[in-house]
Write a protein that binds this ligand. Sequence first.
Ligand code: MG
Length: 251
Amino acid sequence: MISIKSQTELEKLAVAGRLSANALMYGGSMIKAGMTTYELDKLIHDYIVKNGGTPTFLGYGGFKGSACISLNEKVIHGIPSKHEVIKDGDIVTIDTGATVDGWCGDNAYTFPVGKVNEETLKLLEVTKEALRIGIAQAVPGNRVGDISHAIEEYVRSFGYGIVKEYCGHGVGRTLHESPEVPNYGAAGKGPRLMPGMVIAIEPMISLKGDAIRQLPDGWGVVSKSGAPTAHYENTIAITKDGPEILTKATI
Ligand code: MG
């Protein structure tokens, strides 16, 4: 069942979304070549706690970080590690969620570090735009498939791969709710979007090929081709006036 949130609930989700977004942008601003993903995670953890939230991902399904930090060919669910050092030329995907007053936010962004090659920068730009194009379809009366199809069509026009095993999702008191929001599919199919629904839209895109591989740590997911991957995500509310981004940073 897809839950419809009241105005009061939407306001609480916006508070959680704002902190999730601020933590993400703060994390992005702190990335430096030479630091470990563990150190970056610690900064994000402390930021969320200092600002009145709880890191949603910490302990979720046994996850051992406050943020998912995924480098280069790793697309999602990277576990922060003391042994993983960020280098110049890397791309760093940070995925953060903050829970405030029992409500969650979820968002992600891929940050380039230092000098990143043109091909990879183009992947980031296209994936970010795919998110924007997906969000534009999140209007009452449309169906989930309209979001999925718009993302797929745009991304495929560049010949990129789409991660199909993972997808966007409803957000509320828990991080993952109905409906699933895939990054591929047929327009006009799937649940109908209605005001009060809150969903995370999150294209996960690879420079080459759709196939992925799960790392032995049981969490990290990498492109099978080894090609760089990008991931951008916002939590949005469907409103009668159109999509409203709840994970909007104010720092
Ligand atoms: Mg998500």
